[in-house]
Design a protein around this ligand. Structure first.
Ligand SMILES: [Ca+2]
Ligand SMILES: [Ca+2]
Ligand SMILES: [Ca+2]
Ligand SMILES: [Ca+2]
Length: 340
């Protein structure tokens, strides 16, 4: 019997404390930024080097489709010093701010929500600062998160500089610079240190949009991650549903494409402890196969004529998590796998 251990399957059998707390395998990349202005206009050159990621999964009501014009959205990520930058293009037919007190029903007004886990630890964060769920309000000022053991919710507007630019009656650009704090952040302290970012760092990330079109509660909640039904509204509490954001920079060699539950190829370890790559009929022809470690260092690289499946000897690679990348004329995708 063939043993098919995908990366996600392995998580159930192998204790890997740093990784086992993540339910999904979505990969995102933030490109290194240089000078920028937070003005709701993404005309900085570095933004053109960043990939768009669609916000297309309707978390509330779970699995429903959005009507044309009701909502569409996509985001890019970049980083510099102790800031994560986000550019979002949002289409929303009605902007609605029903609750004047920023800390009242903040999730029920239109808002752009960023879920951020500085160290990609995953785990519960509703009542701690293990991760943050920043609800960025239409007023371009208030940023509310559930608090910690001392407060039920807090205004963290000092964490994010953001600007919402109106393109036309239904299209908007949000540009954000988020100052990064780790899980030692305390709401009661006025001297929380920030985290200086560096190339190769991994962070937990998700974004979502709370769409209210004039009612007393949000009509829809649309997210970046293709979560299972039981996680339709987990991100504000549990960082384990976030994706992984890797900070990239010029010449690092890290190049990801979107990699979620609808994988376009499978990578798994067989009984002989070799790496098997199954293209699920998505790929054939001359293909470059690259295996990288999580810092983007190339460990193996080979070019073959690919026909559905191939096996690569990886006995010379230590146990751990790696990335395999397949690239052909019309195919470019990456997967993580665990060498055990
Ligand atoms: Ca700008
Ligand atoms: Ca709408
Ligand atoms: Ca954390
Ligand atoms: Ca709306």
């Amino acid at each position: 019997m063939k043993h098919i251990f995908t990366f996600s399957t392995l998580l159930f059998f192998i204790a890997i404390p740093a990784i086992s707390q993540h339910y999904y395998n979505d990969l995102f990349v933030a490109q290194k930024a240089d000078s920028y202005t937070i003005d709701g206009v993404g005309d900085e050159t570095f933004w053109s080097n960043c990939e768009w990621y669609n916000m297309e999964y309707v978390w509330i009501p779970y699995g429903e489709a959005m009507g044309a014009g009701d909502f569409s959205g996509r985001v890019k990520f970049a980083w510099k010093d102790d800031k994560l930058l986000i550019l979002a293009e949002i289409e929303d037919d009605v902007l609605s701010d029903q609750f004047t007190n920023p800390q009242d029903n903040y999730w029920n007004d239109d808002c752009f929500e960023v879920f951020l886990d500085e160290d990609y630890s995953g785990g519960w964060h509703q009542t701690s600062n293990n991760a943050f769920a920043y609800h960025c309000a239409l007023n371009e000022e208030d940023v509310i998160d559930s608090g910690d053991e001392t407060a039920s919710n807090v205004n963290l507007k000092n964490h994010i500089e953001f600007d919402l630019d109106t393109v036309d009656n239904t299209n908007y650009v949000w540009e954000l610079a988020i100052t990064i704090y780790d899980d030692t952040y305390r709401n009661s302290s006025s001297s929380n240190p920030t985290v200086t970012l560096s190339q190769g760092k991994e962070m937990g990330i998700a974004v979502a949009y709370c769409d209210n079109d004039g009612n007393n509660q949000r009509d829809n909640f649309i997210g970046l991650i293709d979560v299972a039904s039981q996680h339709y509204n987990s991100a504000w509490q549990d960082a384990s549903v976030f994706g992984k954001l890797t900070l990239d920079g010029p010449g690092s060699g890290i190049e990801f494409t979107r990699n979620n539950s609808k994988e376009d190829f499978l990578a798994y370890i067989n009984q002989d402890k070799n790496l098997v790559i199954d293209s699920k009929d998505n790929l054939s022809g001359n293909t470059q196969i690259t295996i990288l470690d999580m810092n983007g260092r190339i460990l193996k690289e080979t070019s073959i004529y690919f026909e559905n499946s191939t096996t690569i000897d990886i006995h010379d690679i230590n146990s751990g998590v790696y990335i395999v990348k397949l690239k052909s004329e019309d195919f470019n995708s990456s997967q993580m796998f665990y060498k055990y």
